[in-house]
Design a protein around this ligand. Sequence first.
Ligand SMILES: C[S@@+](CC[C@H](N)C(=O)[O-])C[C@H]1O[C@@H](n2cnc3c(N)ncnc32)[C@H](O)[C@@H]1O
Length: 274
Amino acid sequence: MGWKDKIRMKDQVSKDQAPTTNQVSEAKMISQGWDKYAKEWNPEKFPIVPGSAVQYLGDEWTVEDVSAGGTTYGLPPDVIEHFDAYLTERLLNPWLPSDSEGLEIGPGGGRLTGLLVPRTKLLHLADPSPEMLSRLNRRFEGVTHLRYHHTNGVKLPELQSGSLDYVIAFDVFVHFEPRLLFGYLQQISNLLKPGGVGIIHYSNVMTPIGWQQFERDLESNMESRTWFAALGVMCPQLMEIFLESLQLEVVSTDIGIIPRDAIAVFRKSAQMGN
Ligand SMILES: C[S@@+](CC[C@H](N)C(=O)[O-])C[C@H]1O[C@@H](n2cnc3c(N)ncnc32)[C@H](O)[C@@H]1O
């Protein structure tokens, strides 16, 4: 047995033992950060573009004011003003199957959920933040075709494999590093029906704004990732490798509608079983 195998064996032993530090995993750090954000949420606290309004948690990210620093999606003001219409026309109309059963990962306060509700027959909502889920529940009280799933930030809900027409996530995977993202893609691939569609918004360090954000996040996350809202270090090239390795049909690694980031659209091959 070589030294690499010995180290691997040692690692396996230590993985089964109780953790020796009180550090949480990266996935938990991110989900706990968002849970705290939701608990402390107050529309007044977040810098928004003058003249814009915030009703629900998450509206502030559409109209975020970055004049004092930071980055946002990089969309012009007229698009931001009609953000729902923009997402509907450029994201949902072209790619989202109608009359379908879908899963939204990380719905938060329901910014995208509100657009999915009228066009989905049965919509699963999976989020590790109890506070986000309870806000969502209050916002969509009385809507009977929603199913709420509290997850652990790593595993998707145990739905039947091959049962979903689509899986979508907006402004969620942008915060993930490649390993967590790939782990989710594996599960998404299992849950999609043959021909089912995945729509995943993720970070892109290859764009000028994505790179700017990478540099902003660097210092406070260099030793290890500590800031829950930091953007992950992803790019379309790696996304393509991920999708191809899972034998998912790549429609596009970036449909090009969010200048800072990327949105991948893919299909489970109609020939693929589960
Ligand atoms: C920035 S918010 C976006 C919410 C919503 N999609 C929107 O666009 O307004 C990120 C969401 O992802 C959820 N989240 C955080 N970590 C997650 C994880 N590991 N798996 C799935 N969702 C996660 C958060 O709880 C939160 O609801």
